[in-house]
Design a protein around this ligand. Structure first.
Ligand SMILES: *Cc1c(COP(=O)(O)O)cnc(C)c1O
Length: 362
């Protein structure tokens, strides 16, 4: 058996006629920049997420930049986040000249541990960025309460969690600003780079709309220092088609996750994913913990089972962040999990036979 990790080809096959027609329409109209499809997508995203404002942009990384620029994060500021995430979460903080301040993760959810946040708050702290890792929102109520108490902003990095919920609300509709990514391998992927920011605050929404077109107020008049951060019309056209079927994708992903969990429940040496009762996950990844990870990965590869590691090195140990002065041992849970974590094939189309095969080889 040869299993596909994200199975993007199969997904294209299913929606091929509609998606290709949408792409051709943009090509024929030549409305490549901010065409009608972009506004249409933003309306659709608002409806889907329940956020009052959706502003699309060029990637999940640029979504984080737009959010922090809108909140005036600048040199000298500190932003609290998790070291167990993709580099973009902390890289964008540093890119704006602010200082990433890490807080270790919860051992079960792998999201930022809210009980450790307050001890890291200083007079320079401006914001907290919880990451909805593998698709599961962080404990937003607790984090928001800490933020309110200390007058901080909350930016949710929801690059992996589009459509997932916390107390019945999508995590795009929570926080001061929430971001997402439409990178092809994310749960809702486009056909290149793409992203979005969400907020319930009209002023912030308007500022981010301006920031993504070079801070302009009207053509060639620039109110802010901004960026070139628009979503291509072609990507919006693809997403308008895929979003129509996304609710179904989420159900299928949940089914795959539940089947994995059931198939593995008697394997005592594997730590299974844990989702809080008040949350649902978009299952960007189905990640388990094993003791002999690297060896196991190699053996699974030999029998046609692709795996991945999200992520092998926590951010406080990355070369680019050496200047922050962290060392091995500073965030023991992140360090242990990064040595043991392994993601299994996850997409809406993983079959029962594949799950059985993977379970037998594990
Ligand atoms: C993928 C990802 C990003 C960046 O998104 P891009 O669209 O690739 O720029 C940011 N944060 C997290 C947690 C991610 O997984």
């Amino acid at each position: 058996m040869k299993i596909d990790f994200a199975n993007l080809k199969y997904q294209h096959e299913i929606y091929k006629d509609e998606i290709e027609e949408a792409i051709i329409k943009v090509a024929r109209n030549c409305n490549f920049i901010m065409g009608d499809e972009v506004q249409e997508l933003e309306k659709n995203l608002e409806k889907f997420t329940g956020a009052r404002y959706a502003v699309t942009c060029s990637s999940g990384t640029d979504a984080l930049l737009l959010a922090m620029m809108a909140l005036d994060i600048k040199p000298g500021d500190e932003v609290i986040t998790t070291p167990f995430t993709f580099i973009a979460t902390a890289e964008t903080i540093a890119f704006l000249g602010a200082k990433p301040v890490f807080v270790d993760i919860d051992e079960k959810t792998y999201n930022i541990d809210p009980t450790r946040i307050e001890e890291k708050i200083t007079e320079n702290t401006k914001a907290i960025i919880p990451v909805s890792l593998y698709g599961q929102p962080s404990d937003i109520d607790t984090i928001q309460a800490i933020a309110n108490k200390h007058n901080l902003q909350v930016i949710i990095d929801g690059a992996q969690s589009f459509g997932s919920t916390y107390n019945g609300k999508t995590d795009s509709s929570l926080g001061n600003i929430s971001t997402t990514s439409f990178f092809p391998a994310k749960p809702l992927g486009c056909y290149g780079d793409g992203g979005a920011v969400f907020t319930n605050d009209e002023e912030l929404a308007n500022k981010m709309k301006s920031l993504r077109v070079h801070g302009q107020s009207k053509r060639y008049h620039h109110k802010y220092i901004g960026m070139g951060g628009r979503l291509d019309t072609i990507q919006a056209a693809v997403l308008n088609v895929k979003l129509k079927y996304y609710e179904k994708d989420l159900v299928l992903r949940q089914e795959v996750a539940s089947k994995y969990t059931k198939a593995f429940e008697n394997k005592l040496d594997i730590t299974l994913p844990f989702v809080e009762e008040k949350a649902t996950s978009g299952w960007a990844q189905y990640s388990v913990r094993v003791k002999n990870r690297d060896e196991l990965q190699a053996r699974l590869k030999e029998v046609g089972i692709p795996t991945a590691v999200h992520y092998p090195m926590p951010l406080h140990l990355q070369e680019c962040f050496q200047y922050l002065g962290y060392k091995q041992g500073d965030f023991p849970i992140s360090e242990t999990v990064s040595n043991e974590i392994m993601s299994l094939p996850m997409n809406p189309y993983v079959t029962d036979e594949e799950i059985e095969y993977i379970s037998s080889k594990l």
